[in-house]
Design a binder for this molecule. Structure first.
Ligand code: ADP
Ligand code: MG
Length: 243
């Protein structure tokens, strides 16, 4: 359902992603790990053209692109099929929780405001924040803001949700509620690519863990295998540091 083939990204003469190949089935959940500066965020950003890849093919659902030939329409179509959850939430500060969730339905999907607000209320129920519909982000805890960030991604109806270290900016007390919501989405078989160093989450939820280093995928395997018998010395060294 999602396929990256030969995805390459350079910043000047620095090759940050070096011919990345990656495939996901619908409903699959993968967790991407690896040292800082290794290209994990850039990989997610290339999947929805927050960064423009320099080379490669990208398939999301029925959309198949040669990234060097992507038109504006292709990019819009790609963004409708992908949603992003940012480390720092990136909510609209001047919009309420409800409005943050409704925004993409109105602007991107062209839904009438009343219908979008109705659906946003349903999402607020699902993410356990029905009682905070009218709150502005500044009045919400970090955990609540990130749950709104996830609710906003759910509202897009995207085929895949891309999470870039969704809990790493949170105070420890809020991490569990955000991971809990992500686990709930996983049970519903929402396709997800999650960059995270929450190893317990990866163990419980990931179908596959992908280890990246130096702009390449070094190895990928189900969590049981990757965490206990990694093939590559770089994976072993990284796991020794974080486990
Ligand atoms: P990770 O998320 O694994 O920590 P990133 O994808 O953020 O890694 O970054 C990979 C490399 O690309 C780093 O060396 C970073 O400095 C560089 N990089 C990321 N974004 C840019 C940019 N917009 N311009 C130049 N270099 C960048
Ligand atoms: Mg990053």
């Amino acid at each position: 359902m999602i396929a990256l083939s030969g995805i390459t990204k350079r910043f000047g003469d620095h090759t940050v992603l070096d011919h990345i190949d990656l495939e996901l089935e619908r409903g699959e959940i993968i967790v991407v790990i690896g040292p800082s500066g290794t290209g994990k965020s850039t990989l997610l950003r290339c999947i929805n053209f927050l960064e423009t890849p320099d080379e490669g093919q990208l398939t999301v659902g029925d959309l198949n692109l040669d990234v060097t030939r992507a038109t504006k329409q292709d990019i819009l179509a790609l963004r409708r099929r992908t949603a992003f959850v940012f480390q720092n939430y990136a909510l609209f500060a001047n919009k309420t929780a409800l409005e943050n969730i409704a925004e993409s339905m109105i602007v991107v999907q062209g839904m009438a405001k009343a219908e979008a607000h109705h659906r946003a209320r349903e999402i607020l129920e699902r993410i356990g924040l029905a009682d905070r519909a009218d709150a502005y982000p500044a009045a919400l805890s970090g955990g609540q803001q990130q749950r709104i960030g996830i609710g906003r991604a759910m509202a897009t109806g995207a085929e895949v949700i891309l999470f870039d270290e969704p809990t790493s900016a949170l105070d420890p007390e809020w991490v569990e509620e955000v991971l809990g919501l992500m686990k709930q989405l996983a049970t519903e078989r929402q396709t997800m690519i999650v960059v995270s160093h929450e190893m317990q989450f990866a163990r419980e939820v990931a179908d596959r863990v992908v280890f990246m280093d130096g702009g390449r995928i070094v190895e990928q395997a189900p969590p049981d295998r990757l965490f206990t018998q990694p093939d590559d010395e770089r994976t072993r060294a990284f796991l020794r540091k974080i486990l």
